[in-house]
Design a protein around this ligand. Structure first.
Ligand code: G6P
Length: 612
């Protein structure tokens, strides 16, 4: 989703803004732009497409201003053209925006009626005109912003520059993240705004997060002044971030996605280390649960995309290990269904970014219903982490590839530990069983590392896939949600149509698609439903279907030479979804690469979806 950067600097800032925007590329975007004050007057450069196009514009027509704002746009209102790229400006004000202004049509009609001329299809442009209108009415820039912000409905983060104001940059937040950075040392007087800590990492590690409804007035002379939604001065705590210490580069890999797939044994181990006492062989949560797990009647889970599939896997675990009924739904449906929820119950949210608009809305709904909220998030400073009763952190590190990989398996690691903790608290498993399951979990990172060794085999398979039109993924038990995740991963980055199905549903529809061309990928660890899955495979084989079986050695089976098999390391079946995620991700990655697609930044997709 859109990325925002703003700098009040001491020399030309355009280059630094573009560098910071590059660190936000992972969020997904399709055009970019920058505005600075040149000799006191607003000047813009904007380009459709990737940042290199913007760099081309800047090389042809450089900007030298010492204060500026920049933006990567993920199109919502209007095509990704230069005219729709941010910043939007009108001679007085330049604005960059992340989010959606829901009432932009009414505001635009009103402003047109007052003589404002609009140049773009965006909702954002209305903000620049709204501020300008207030200034034409005699208000100073800060007062114009304060007076206008309450009129904006929707979710947004903004950064604003004003013509003739060399020492003023305003940031505002309502529903989309924005952080202020404070320069130190030779950057002593510099101030920054950005969509996240990562964007500002090269400049500073000293940050303050805006709360929803806040705006901030930045001035080199006066520093940062925060105001709340009532325009009253407020204090926002300064925190030190670790983001600058984290190397955000590809290492030896061609893509972030490849690096992140390969990091999984390490980050899953790190995450498990946080939730298990590995020497005692027990679960050891680093927090107290916000509810009495023994008394809990049910657990509600909501999430989006890959995180939702992690929740689907977890449902099997909570039901099996904790005998706890689970209700789970995609967040975008859940929030508007507005289900009744018992006070004191527990809602579990899962999110890599901790900023996904629909999931965040579920969090707020659940709280309003009197539920306790536990969230499994990867970004510790995210809105969800801050608003939850308890944030269970995944220690995946920054995930840059748009298609989630290591965040998913780290989510699974945390969810497995939670399910076991609930199981113990509810007396559904005893100490001996806990020790057995913990030992199985501790083996997972090593098994993932072993699974990585199938990469050459998977590459060969993927070379073939580059020519197919559709792919079907089948699984039972926890392999069913993994089949859904496999299909999602493949379509996200290779644009091949793929579907995931519960293997038992094969006969109820998808079998009609089976022919020699369509690969059917079967995820079948040697578990209690393996034989059932095997029967479904026979049904595909009998119709001349092309079967690809991912299974462990103990389960290898003779299908009369018809089946291409990826043999996984042998393992106890309970946590196979974490290990089998590896070949599933690699199939998608290598297929996309053979097809010449950008695995890290697939078309139309965004990393952090801060609009509904
Ligand atoms: C986007 C991303 C997905 C992610 C989903 C939920 O669609 O491309 O990879 O699974 O959002 O994001 P979250 O940050 O809440 O996990």
């Amino acid at each position: 989703m859109c990325g925002i950067v703003g700098i009040l600097g001491q020399g030309p800032v355009a280059g630094a803004i573009v560098e910071a925007l590059k660190r936000l590329e992972y969020r997904g975007y399709d055009s970019a732009g920058i505005a600075t004050l040149e000799d006191g007057h607003l000047a813009r450069r904007r380009a459709a497409g990737k940042l290199k196009n913007l760099e081309g514009c800047l090389a042809a027509e450089p900007l030298f201003g010492a204060c500026g704002i920049g933006h990567t746009r993920w199109a919502t209102h209007g095509k990704p053209t230069q005219a729709n790229a941010h910043p939007h400006a009108n001679g007085k004000v330049a604005v960059v925006h992340n989010g959606i202004i829901e009432n932009f049509r009414e505001l635009r009609d009103e402003l047109r009626g007052k003589g404002h001329v609009f140049e773009s299809d965006t909702d954002t442009e209305v903000i620049a005109h709204l501020f300008a209108e207030a200034m034409e009415g005699g208000l100073a820039p800060v007062d114009a912003v304060a007076a206008s912000l309450p009129r904006l409905k929707g979710a947004f983060a903004l950064a604003v520059l004003f013509d003739g104001e060399d020492d003023l940059l305003i940031g505002a937040r309502d529903g989309a993240p924005l952080v202020v950075g404070f320069g130190a040392g030779e950057r002593q007087n510099e101030l920054y705004v950005g969509s996240d800590a990562l964007a500002l990492a090269p400049f500073t590690d000293e940050l303050a997060y805006l709360d929803d409804g806040d705006f901030v007035i930045l001035s080199r002379a006066k520093g940062a002044e925060f105001r709340d939604l009532h325009n009253q001065p407020v204090e926002r705590r300064r925190v030190k971030t670790l983001a600058s210490a984290l190397l955000v580069d590809k290492g030896n890999y061609r893509h972030f996605m490849a690096k992140e797939i390969h990091e999984q044994p390490e980050v899953v181990a790190r995450t498990l280390g946080r939730y298990l006492d590995m020497s005692a062989g027990t679960v050891a949560l680093p927090f107290t649960l916000p509810v009495d797990a023994a008394q809990l009647p049910r657990l509600t889970i909501a999430a989006c995309g890959t995180a939702y599939f992690a929740g689907l896997v977890a449902r099997y675990w909570f039901e099996r290990f904790a005998r706890l009924p689970v209700e789970i739904e995609v967040a975008s449906e859940f929030r508007y269904r507005e289900p009744p929820m018992e006070r004191g119950g527990l809602t579990l949210l899962i999110s890599q970014s901790g900023e996904t608009a629909d999931t965040l809305a579920c969090l707020r709904y659940a709280k309003a219903q009197g539920q306790k909220v536990l969230s499994v998030v990867n970004v510790a400073s995210s809105t969800m982490a801050r608003e939850s009763d308890v944030a269970a952190l995944t220690l995946a590190g920054p995930e840059i590839g748009v298609a989630s990989t290591k965040a998913f398996t780290c989510q699974l690691a945390v969810l497995a530990c939670l399910a076991l903790a609930f199981g113990r608290a509810r007396g559904a498993i005893d100490a001996k069983e806990e020790a057995q399951y913990v030992a199985e979990l501790m083996a997972v990172p090593g098994l993932m590392a072993e699974a990585m060794k199938r990469e050459v085999r998977i590459e060969a398979l993927a070379r073939d896939f580059a020519h197919v039109r559709d792919v079907l993924y089948l699984g039972r038990g926890t392999s069913y949600p993994l089949a859904l995740e496999g299909a999602l991963k493949l379509k996200e980055i290779s644009y091949i149509h793929a579907e995931g199905y519960a293997a038992g549903e094969l006969k109820h529809g998808p079998i009609a698609l089976v022919d020699n061309d369509m690969p059917v990928i079967v995820l079948a660890p040697h578990d209690n439903v393996f034989d059932k899955t095997l029967s479904n495979m026979q049904e595909v084989a009998a119709r001349g279907g092309r079967l690809i079986l991912i299974t462990d050695a103990a389960a290898s089976h003779d299908f009369g030479g018809e089946v291409e098999t990826i043999t996984m390391p042998e393992m106890a079946p309970h946590f196979s979804a974490v290990v089998y995620a590896v070949p599933v991700q690699m199939i998608a990655y290598h297929t996309a690469i053979f097809m010449g697609k950008d695995a890290d930044q697939p078309r139309n997709l965004a990393k952090s979806v801060t609009v509904e």
